[in-house]
Design a protein around this ligand. Structure first.
Ligand SMILES: Cc1ncc(COP(=O)(O)O)c(C=O)c1O
Length: 387
């Protein structure tokens, strides 16, 4: 057959974490005793109040198209949340409700990047950033961070990778995969940099509720000097365990929002009506979110303490999100070789650090949003194969 695939897609692959997760499911279905820690998914059920509201909304026939940007009550609730919790001065005209934050990400990158543009991405980073930048025809420019420096980002690192083609910067805070939470100083540095270079910034805050050891979340969009050029992305997948509902949102200046709406109206049209309605009470599920956070914290310590006791393993304590991102020095193996070795010898599915780009060499990502007994077993098995 003729090769129909476009050049812009050829430069990308399927999402490596989604593909690995599918591999784990397939292996389990074949009866293979595999412990899978590849997925980035809460292991909690969606709060009852959200489920009840969805059922009520379906019975109430909220099953039609809604206004494309989302139902007004939800957009108002999101804007209120952003003002009260994040200090972002916004209103419902600046919000687009999307089927998952991933679509908001797609819209923001597609709307503002094209061939000739460069987009800076501190790495290791969520793999879809690179893929979508590539789909937009733009150039992905990694800003590699170092595990031994706690994955800290400085203005100097950004300056070093900046050219006259640099149009955008995207980062995730707290970070998937590294677990780093940007300090006040790092956020101020990013703001000063973006202001000086007139750069558009995407701030992906999907893990904002999962912070440990007294860390504080700072939203870039709350800094007045840069607010107009910040697109804040978020959603309920992680904070309210709603991955399968597909619900996320963007908040941006109305001029930027108008451009992104061209993508929304010509693709999905809107997010499912009853899912939008059910999302409203999710913003008040503070107790459930806190219970999840405390549970992740216990599991973070279990996995970090266990892994750090293994010779050659360095596992920094995640400051946020629910991933352990650790380095293994073993027989000079690369990240891919390590992941293959762990699967073959210990029956454990993890993601090689290089799936997240530069800075992930010799590293592994393991999601600790998983069963405690399985995490203990994983530590035991890894202790055996790396000793
Ligand atoms: C960094 C980051 N951004 C965005 C998303 C997308 O989340 P969703 O589309 O489920 O809202 C994820 C999901 O894993 C993520 O880790």
């Amino acid at each position: 057959m003729r090769d129909f695939e476009t050049k812009r897609l050829k430069g990308t692959g399927e999402s490596p974490t989604v593909a690995l997760n599918a591999k784990g499911i397939e292996m389990k279905e074949q009866g293979i005793n595999v412990l899978s820690f590849a997925a980035g998914e809460p292991d909690f059920d969606t709060p009852e109040a959200v489920k009840e509201e969805a059922i009520r909304a379906i019975r109430d026939n909220q099953t039609h198209y809604t206004s494309a940007a989302g139902i007004a009550a939800l957009r108002r609730r999101i804007a209120q949340k952003l003002r009260e919790e994040n200090g972002i001065e916004t209103d419902e005209k600046s919000i687009i409700v999307t089927p998952g934050a991933k679509l908001a990400l797609f819209q923001a990158l597609m709307a503002f990047l094209e061939a000739g543009d460069e987009c800076l991405v501190p790495t290791p980073a969520y793999p879809s950033y690179r893929s979508i930048i590539c789909m937009a025809g733009a150039t992905f420019v990694p800003v590699p961070l170092k595990i031994e420096n706690g994955f800290r980002l400085t203005r100097r690192m950004l300056e070093e990778r900046t050219t006259e083609k640099t149009k955008m910067l995207i980062f995730c805070n707290p970070c998937n995969p590294t677990g780093h939470v940007l300090s006040r100083e790092e956020i101020d540095d990013i703001a000063a940099y973006a202001e000086a270079h007139e750069i558009l910034v995407i701030s992906d805050e999907i893990y904002e509720k999962l912070l440990y050891d007294g860390r504080v979340h700072y939203s870039l969009g709350a800094i007045p000097s840069i607010a107009q050029r910040v697109i804040t992305l978020n959603g309920l997948s992680k904070s309210a365990a709603m991955t399968g509902w597909r619900i996320g949102y963007s908040a941006a200046d109305p001029v930027l929002t108008k451009a992104m709406m061209k993508l929304q109206t010509n693709t999905v049209n809107c997010t499912a009506a009853f899912v939008q309605q059910a999302a409203i009470p999710a913003f008040d599920c503070h107790q459930e979110t806190e219970a999840m956070r405390l549970s992740y914290l216990k599991r973070r310590d279990l996995i970090c303490d266990g892994l750090n006791a293994i010779p050659g393993v360095f596992c920094p304590r995640a400051e946020g999100a629910f991933y352990a991102f650790f380095r293994i020095d073993f027989r000079g193996m690369s990240a891919e070789e390590l992941a293959d070795y762990i699967l073959a010898e210990a029956g454990i599915l993890v993601v090689p650090g290089t799936a997240f780009g530069e800075g992930g060499e010799k590293c592994i990502r393991l999601s600790f949003a998983a069963d405690t007994a399985q995490l203990e077993e994983a530590v035991r098995r890894m202790g055996k194969i790396f000793s």
